[in-house]
Design a protein around this ligand. Structure first.
Ligand code: MTE
Length: 314
């Protein structure tokens, strides 16, 4: 399978945001994905999406180059450049997502069938990594709530548990004798968090299908939480009664919690969370930005946590 690395894409082919927003939207979103799938291509296909009022429109976008080359995806290695170099080995077509647990319509859904009923939206979100850096990314996706409603959760479904694909033969980082994490990567959300309109299932960015290093073909984006909640290449979503395990809190429970809401007042044990470096704002003397509670989305999401001690539930 062919993949075009970002370094092979001439700058003339990288769609500027203005061009992308103004260009005639020539392809239905789901059809775009189907096309990419049918042709077996791993490189990006154009997606059409409607603009969303939930976008952070006043922020300067992080360049597509940085978004697709500076990544965390430990299944492909621990360095920031590893995912862009190695993720092409993951076969993303065909792709299914198993939906099971406490739902009325459990099934192994073909990706196209999950996406077809949805209206794809462009959502420009800030992303804050727990390591102290941030980006602004124009995702293309649909609300997780849309999918949840379609599969008819039962009343005792209190949480969603997400799982990334486990394929050591296609993911070099899953093959080592000393795994960085317990594979597969798992994450979770409380049902009210998952139903929040900002919680997104992303299938693209910068107007095109996701590159493998960003979590193709479908990943979670929860902009008020640290980036590690945004599980990539989702292959299973289970509706469960109890709080599910999450990879990073299994790995270091004292450092990473289930909630992982961006919180400048609660430092990581080994570093401060008060400020962040915006990727692309280069230079030694560029000032770090102050980190905002809930990554700047407090107006929309703080009420989900009223009455909770956020130092305890970090
Ligand atoms: N999902 C999987 N399956 N494996 C990972 O290692 N890393 C997480 C998250 N999702 C990760 C993952 C972390 S730590 C971050 S900050 C974001 O993905 C990074 O997303 P990006 O590379 O698209 O910026």
């Amino acid at each position: 399978m062919l993949i075009r690395y970002p370094s092979d894409i001439p700058p003339s082919e990288i769609t500027s945001r203005d061009h992308y927003l103004s260009r005639r939207q020539w392809m239905a979103g789901a059809a775009g994905l189907a096309l990419a799938g049918l042709s077996g291509r791993a490189d990006a296909a154009a997606l059409s999406a409607v603009k969303s009022p939930l976008s952070a429109m006043d922020e300067k976008l992080t360049s597509k180059e940085d978004v697709t080359r500076y990544n965390n995806y430990y299944e492909f290695g621990v360095d920031k450049a590893d995912p862009a170099a190695h993720a092409h080995t993951l076969k993303t077509t065909p792709w299914t997502v198993k939906i099971d647990g406490l739902v009325g319509k459990p099934a192994e859904y073909a990706l196209e069938d999950l996406i077809k009923p949805a209206t794809l939206e462009e959502r420009i979100y800030r992303m804050r990594c727990v390591e102290g850096w941030s980006m602004v990314i124009p995702w293309v996706g649909f609300p997780l709530a849309d999918l949840i409603k379609r599969v008819e959760p039962k009343s005792n479904a209190k949480y969603l548990a997400f799982e990334t694909v486990y394929r050591p033969e296609e993911m070099v980082g899953q093959r080592g004798l000393l795994p960085v994490l317990n594979w597969p990567y798992v994450e979770g959300l409380r049902m009210d968090e998952a139903m929040h309109p900002l919680a997104l299932l992303a299938v693209g960015l910068y107007g095109e299908t996701l590159m493998n290093q960003n979590g193709a073909p479908i990943r979670l984006v929860v902009p008020w939480k640290y980036g590690f909640k945004g599980i990539k290449s989702i292959t299973r979503i289970s509706f469960v009664e109890k709080e599910p395990e999450t990879s990073w809190s299994q790995q270091a429970p004292g450092e990473y919690g289930f909630y992982a809401n961006v919180n400048p007042a609660v430092d990581h044990p080994r570093w401060s969370q008060a400020t962040e470096r915006r990727i692309g704002e280069g230079g030694l003397f560029v000032k770090r930005r102050p980190t905002l509670p809930f990554n700047g989305y407090a107006d929309q999401v703080a009420s989900l946590y009223s009455g909770m001690d956020l130092r305890k539930f970090y």
